[in-house]
Design a binder for this molecule. Structure first.
Ligand code: ZN
Ligand code: FE
Ligand code: FE
Length: 294
């Protein structure tokens, strides 16, 4: 079965019910959300009544809530311990975010490993693992380390770096991986032959660690380390490769999440892209169709 959805909002009033409504409006059967603004750490309390209502509604609609994903804010940088207060804040905020996932009954939370900001990859890997072990004490929530494009000093654009972080995690049940097609291509991995990539992943990390895939086209050629997402079929990865990844049998049960850009900063493309994916049919006029709301 295909689990396909997109990034959706999570707003103060309607919370998980609002996120679910948005996902359903795109004909998605899964989704991902930030529990507040992705670029800051201001958060309001989770309403348990709304959460229960939303979970009930998902059961009625046969939506498998275990496939729904939270994304941690990208301001958290566990790699940087230059200032102790900042590192401690990152750990305690991640801890709070994990608690929010527990309240929301969410299993998987995606995290960008971090940027080494001049400290070097080795020290960064040590810091990230240390921070994760502190944040993951006494929880059943799983952190999914996202594979990164390697922009600036980002850690995690090489599978060996992700593997090194994972190796230092005390409880292996608490750690997994989120693949991102745009990031993988930008990092220099050739995903045209996805089975070959999966073989390599399996050898280095183990395929069972993959719990989520971000499906994005890329504005840039392979190996450019830019991290600029493009709409499905309109970038350098292309529709055929993305379809082959989405329908790869080895990752059939894994939720696929679109993080492609809004059109004119205004129109979400997800309903259109999900229909392209379900029909396995590219739409070169995607942008025009969305603008005209066809
Ligand atoms: Zn991400
Ligand atoms: Fe991503
Ligand atoms: Fe990205």
């Amino acid at each position: 079965m295909l689990y396909i959805g997109s990034h959706v909002g999570f707003k103060k009033e309607k919370q998980l019910l609002g996120s679910l409504e948005e996902a359903l409006s795109y004909n998605a059967n899964t989704f991902m959300f930030y529990t507040g603004a992705p670029q800051n750490t201001r958060r309001y309390p989770i309403d348990s009544t709304i959460t229960e209502k939303a979970i009930e509604s998902m059961q009625e609609k046969n939506i498998d809530y275990s496939k729904v994903i939270v994304h941690a804010p990208y301001v958290i940088n566990l790699a940087n311990d230059k200032e102790k207060e900042k590192f401690d804040f990152a750990v305690s905020f991640l801890k709070e975010e994990i608690k929010r996932c527990e309240q929301l009954k969410i299993k998987n939370i995606v995290l960008h490993p971090g940027s080494h900001v001049g400290l070097g990859v080795e020290k960064a890997i040590y810091n990230i693992s240390k921070g994760l072990n502190l944040a993951l004490k006494n929880t059943n929530v799983t952190i999914l380390l996202e594979t990164m494009a390697g922009k600036g000093t980002e850690v995690g654009s090489k599978l060996e770096e992700i593997k090194a972080i994972i190796d230092n995690i005390n409880n292996q049940e608490n750690i997994g991986v989120c693949l991102d097609t745009c990031h993988l291509s930008d990092a220099g991995y050739d995903i045209k032959n996805f089975d070959k990539f999966l073989d390599e992943f399996d050898k280095i990390i183990g395929l069972e660690k993959v719990k989520c895939i971000h499906i994005n086209d890329s504005k840039n050629e392979i190996g450019t380390h830019k991290d600029r997402h493009e709409n499905i079929g309109l970038g350098k990865i292309g529709f055929t490769t993305l379809i082959n990844i989405i329908y790869n049998k080895r990752l059939e049960s894994i939720p696929k999440i679109l993080e492609t850009p809004y059109i004119d900063r205004n129109y979400p493309p997800y309903k259109y892209e999900i229909s392209m994916i379900k029909e396995k049919k590219n739409n070169p006029n995607l942008i025009e169709d969305i603008k005209n709301q066809k």
